[in-house]
Design a protein around this ligand. Structure first.
Ligand code: OFO
Length: 162
């Protein structure tokens, strides 16, 4: 069993993970409109992973005899300056998610909720990877600068993500 406060907080995370998926789909749509299919493909895979994260919370709440309740999803930004801005925003967003996971962990510790702490460990590790992944892409795109050729190489590289 989880507390009512924990149930509410975990439901809040379902919303954030689903918003993450929506945000990355919006970014994919921008890339598709710019004919950067590799980057679009990368963001589609990312969006699917985020739905997987939302489902982990969904399943955990149910396993713990809680009630899943879904809230409205915010509208994501639709237009962007360039690929660098998109990956900078992605990194910023992942930092926001890390902060949210850390707050859930703080709550689980405060409530002495060992099962939820165990469940959240996967996300603590996942966020280290997510931030590292986005930060590396930002750094490469900064080096690419205005080079069209560099951008196409990055597009091909990012498109190889399965
Ligand atoms: Fe991007 O890790 Fe979930 O939100």
């Amino acid at each position: 069993m989880i507390s009512k406060a924990m149930e509410k907080a975990l439901n809040g995370q379902i919303n954030k993970e689903t918003y993450s998926a929506y945000l990355y789909f919006a970014m994919a749509a921008y890339f598709d409109s710019e004919n950067l299919e590799g980057m679009a493909g990368f963001m589609k895979v990312q969006a699917q992973e985020e739905m997987g994260h939302a489902m982990k919370f969904y399943n955990y709440i149910n396993e713990q005899g809680g009630r899943v309740t879904l809230d409205a999803i915010d509208k994501p930004q639709a237009s962007y300056k360039n690929p660098l801005e998109i990956f900078q925003l992605s990194l910023k967003h992942e930092k926001f998610i890390t902060d949210s996971i850390n707050k859930l962990m703080d709550q689980a510790i405060k409530e002495n909720d060992h099962a939820t702490k165990e469940f959240l460990h996967w996300f603590v590790k996942e966020q280290v990877e997510e931030e590292d992944h986005m930060a590396k892409i930002v750094s490469k795109l900064e080096r690419v600068g205005e080079s069209g050729q560099g951008l196409l190489i990055m597009d091909a590289q990012l498109g190889s993500r399965k």
